[in-house]
Design a protein around this ligand. Structure first.
Ligand code: NAP
Ligand code: ZN
Length: 351
């Protein structure tokens, strides 16, 4: 067993605070990782505050993990001590159902094991995430980092925000000649803008924050629309091939569905605590539009995304935090005041 320092929520209403526990003894297929940085995803906040229900307490969030391998089990072949690696939203799955066999572990028929909020395969124990200084992960859920070490903190958010936007952009074949909307410029949205632009699409950012206009253009959008402005929205009616909606709060989906052209799709990745108002059926029927959803991405695709981002020089725009600033980060996230991902420097987590 490895003594581990962490920050945990003890209940849905208590602020995160220091917590100590022991990681499992590494097995022969396990990789032990000293965590160097961990991104802060809005899902961490939803879970720590019990907004989705089903949170197991104490809860140690964090699923945008980068670090250095400190030891490997006897049968581990792809990693060695000293390697820079990443861990995303999953640490295990059944590995034998059809989705797992197809590299779609996030859709495992038997339920994947989240990096936090478990349950661990076999034991049913709660899993503890990346707001900690050490983690033990099965080799097949550990990712290689191709970026240089000096970019490591900026790579952390790719492990969730990167793959959650890359996967639907790939699934709907986004590329040159496509007009693609990204809704919300937060952690996911800013990765969506960068990745869709690198895929060659004409990217339009939709934001509720007029102050993010310049950033949207700098990040790769060709146009920025303030979604509260009806005239700006109307100018894009019926013109989009694909819209990726990352918004973390319930809102009017019709305002975006009417911007899709014939056979266009809007995919929701944002997962608000309460439902969106139901969209009007006629907006879907009249142009055979589709409303879809997408969950993170499989391990194979996550590696593909990391390599794609390294190749295109893509990292996240980050603001570094001390571990004890996490509650301030959550409050700023609720005010859409993130530019554009908080990343915790794990060296600031001390006993
Ligand atoms: P975030 O950094 O807080 O960004 C969300 C953005 O949504 C905000 O920056 C804001 O952008 C916009 N927004 C917030 N409130 C809004 C409102 N009331 N109306 C319209 N726009 C609003 O959050 P994130 O980490 O990117 O996560 C976004 C959502 O995706 C969360 O619900 C998270 O749990 C979910 N998620 C899903 C998956 C998945 O697999 N599907 C994976 C990870 C996260 P503007 O200021 O530009 O408007
Ligand atoms: Zn996440």
């Amino acid at each position: 067993m490895t003594p581990t320092l962490a920050y945990a929520a003890r209940s849905a209403t208590s602020p995160l605070s220091p917590f100590s526990f022991e990681r499992r003894t590494p097995g022969e297929r396990d990789v032990s990782i000293d965590i160097l940085h961990c991104g802060v995803c809005h899902s961490d906040l939803h879970t720590a505050r019990g907004e989705w229900g089903g949170t197991l307490f104490p809860c140690v969030p964090g699923h945008e993990i980068v670090g250095r391998v400190s030891a490997v089990g006897r049968l581990v072949s792809r990693f060695k001590m000293g390697d820079l690696v990443g861990v995303g939203c999953m640490v295990d799955s059944c590995q034998h159902c059809q989705p797992c066999t197809d590299g779609l572990e996030q859709y495992c028929d038997n339920g994947f094991t989240g990096t936090y909020n478990g349950p661990e395969q076999g034991t049913g124990a709660n899993t503890y995430g990346g707001y900690s200084n050490h983690i033990v992960v099965r080799e097949s859920f550990v990712l290689r980092i191709a970026h240089t070490e000096d970019r490591l903190a900026e790579v952390a958010p790719l492990l969730c925000a990167g793959i959650t936007t890359y996967s639907p952009l790939r699934q709907w074949n986004v590329g040159p000649g496509h007009k693609v909307g990204i809704v919300g410029l937060g952690g996911l949205g800013h990765m969506g803008v960068k990745i869709a632009a690198a895929m060659g699409a004409h990217v339009v950012l939709f934001t509720t924050s007029p102050g993010k206009r310049e950033d949207g253009l700098r990040l790769g959008a060709r146009e920025v629309v303030v979604s509260k402005n009806a005239d700006e929205m109307a100018a894009h009616a019926g013109s989009f091939d694909f819209i990726l909606n990352t918004v973390a709060a319930p809102h009017d989906l019709d305002a975006f569905l009417v911007l899709l052209k014939l056979d266009g799709t809007m995919t929701l990745v944002g997962a608000p605590a309460s439902p969106h108002p139901s969209p009007g059926v006629f907006n879907l029927i009249m142009k055979r539009r589709r409303l879809a959803g997408s969950l993170i991405g499989g391990i194979r695709e996550t590696q593909e995304m990391l390599d794609f981002c390294a190749h295109h020089g893509i990292v996240s725009d980050i603001e570094t935090l001390r571990m004890d600033q996490i509650e301030t980060a959550y409050e700023r996230m609720l005010k859409s005041d993130v530019r554009y991902r908080f990343v915790i420097d794990m060296a600031t987590l001390t006993a």
